[in-house]
Design a protein around this ligand. Sequence first.
Ligand code: BG6
Length: 511
Amino acid sequence: MMKKKPEDQVLVIFGASGDLTYRKLIPAIFDLYIQKSLPDRFAILGVARSPFSDDSFREKMADGIRQFASKRDVDEENISDFLNLLFYLSINTDEASDYSKLKERLLKMDSDYDTKGNYLFYLSTPPNLYPLIPKFLAEQGLNSEDGKIRRIIIEKPFGTDLQSAKELNASLLTDYDEGQLYRMDHYLGKETVQNMLVTRFANGFFEPLWNRNYIDHIEITASESLGVENRGGYYDHSGALRDMVQNHLMQLVALVAMEPPSVIESDAIRNEKLKVYQAIRPFTEADIESNVIRGQYLAAKVKGQPMQGYREEKGVDANSRTETYVAMKLFVDNWRWSGVPFYIRTGKRMPTRVSEVVVHFRPTPLKLFPENEGYVSEGNVLVLRIHPDEGILLKTGMKIPGAGYKVKEVNIDFHYSQLQDTYVPGAYERLLLDAMLGDSTLYSRGDAIEETWEIVQPILDYWNSNPDAPLYGYPCGSWGPECADSLIEGENKTWRYPCKNLSDDGIYCEL
Ligand code: BG6
């Protein structure tokens, strides 16, 4: 089958001197170049305040490609051919009058490279510029489509709370149509996240079971072993709820809970996801007190190595009460999910980096076989592993050969790595190509973003007005506050722990 190619265009990256451009965007576009997926006539214009020339920008980007592009085709000849597509313009991005220079440069590129006035703008800048850049572009007429491509990709964070997200949407929609706006959530670019739709809707045997009658509860985990690294300044004003839950985890909740769309098409899918958000039971103060747990990592030794606590990190307030971990129980109050708890958690400095959705089915109505070591008939478990070791795992009971009916839990296990010849594109690679093609399925729609802020806003408000609400310390290398186990309903039920605590120091305390 012929690959669909995007129309000829210029990709303009604002914030081109930043880390995201260097580590993710340019390496991903290079991967697209190697896959021959870029438009026939294509150029990239990096825009930022820093004074690079085309050459020095190319040199820096070459270095990013060598480190971060998918390894198999990084050879110097390919890199040097690709670099011919890269250009740079230094302007004051917060200065409206500088945008005439940008327009001039784009017109010149159109005439040099025949890119036909088609522009895709990528905002990889500090969020305070998100309302300004689109407005300044519009002042130069660079928003008006008139048969041309005029699209904007906006990185997260999309707002810092419900109010600011609404304001940002409103300001963008004064000069652009919803169809021109591509709100990035890189989780949606992950192949395994998209596979959740296929697992559910291409397999006849899951769908009849995918509801309150057969599913006991659902767990979603996104843990990281890294701390805040060099992002302390940003993170201390954000915290795990804004950084991970409002966006990435909510995407996973929607994909696991949504109804089948009538077609695989952007708005059909996004409508169904929106309905999930609308059905999530609003958090009352009592719910927050009993169903939301926040934590912050403490200094500890992990495999013998000392690790500093969150409050010692660069850019973080020494008395910070920002959460680096959050776990919660929520309900999707609709026909399919009524009464089924969804447990979600995310945290930094945990024992390992893992993202997974775990579907716990109800046990059989009668326990016919005796439980024995290694087998407790708690029901089948389906693990949709997003990373690492992407794949699907189904835990089932099997008879141990020999006399009697001894049962053992075994895994039916698929790993993406088994598809040896299939190239799995990275998240940014996939999402950038989709935006070039004009496919917004894997981007967030404005109404859904507002709805997800609506869900987390009561928690932000509660923490804000009750600064002494519990914040639990957990040692680096542990699975977060121990009390998070108590969220899970049912005797002896806990979170699934993909690996053991790695912390040598078992200090859990209330901060
Ligand atoms: C980002 C968050 O959106 O997602 C980071 O800002 C987090 O704090 C990252 O580390 C996690 O993404 P991934 O793809 O590594 O799971």
